[in-house]
Design a protein. Structure first.
Length: 89
């Protein structure tokens, strides 16, 4: 594929990198109950438009279906994705 000419290289505004621990607002299991809230996960892939986050717990789509690979995709500017918060002691 031919390279695209540009005056200066595009600036990457990604705040996340693969391996980062983040929190996502999603439906998941907590204490054997399905809840909607913040859940900690790991960034496993980043592309031009989306960030993939993988979770250890069961997660669900809005329609109620469980996500079999435990991975949700979020837009880079999603309000449902944030840096992890400090652990409570």
């Amino acid at each position: 594929m031919a390279s695209v000419p540009f005056m200066k290289p595009p600036v990457s505004e990604d705040t996340h990198q693969v391996g980062d621990i983040v929190e996502a607002f999603c439906d998941h299991d907590k204490s054997n109950q399905r809840v909607k809230g913040w859940l900690r996960g790991t960034v496993v892939q980043i592309d031009g438009k989306l960030i993939a986050v993988q979770f250890k717990d069961n997660i669900y789509l809005t329609g109620g279906w469980m996500v079999p690979d435990h991975i949700l995709w979020f837009p880079h500017s999603s309000p449902h994705l944030r840096e992890k918060t400090a652990d409570k002691k």
